[in-house]
Design a protein around this ligand. Structure first.
Ligand SMILES: [Zn+2]
Length: 103
């Protein structure tokens, strides 16, 4: 990112719908093509976060654990008090469909 947009700043980092949301400020004089590439890199990181456990960094699955609440977790860190999420994770894992959630 420093090569594409020298001087870029992170203005906000948060989790939303189980994935990373990264808001950046790009230099005003950045060329249009570099600006587009920088936004693409941020998008790549946000998409990749939906397949990485937010506890340990291992491969995880984006799962809805209750209404309006999503998380990306590996099998070891899926919420154990949410039996529905545990069952959904196990079913996805058994079907070999780990990775990102289809939208
Ligand atoms: Zn984990």
């Amino acid at each position: 990112m420093d090569i594409v947009a020298p001087g870029w700043l992170v203005v906000q980092v948060k989790q939303k719908f189980g994935g990373l949301r990264l808001y950046v400020e790009l230099p005003e004089d950045l060329e249009t093509s570099s600006r587009a590439l920088a936004h693409s890199l941020v998008g790549d990181a946000e998409r990749e976060s939906c397949s990485v456990c937010d506890v340990c960094g291992e491969l995880g699955t984006l799962t809805q654990v209750r209404e309006n609440y999503w998380q990306t977790r590996c099998g070891s860190h899926v919420l154990s008090d949410d039996i529905d999420a545990t069952l959904r994770f196990a079913r996805r894992d058994r079907e070999g469909r780990g990775g990102t959630q289809e939208f």
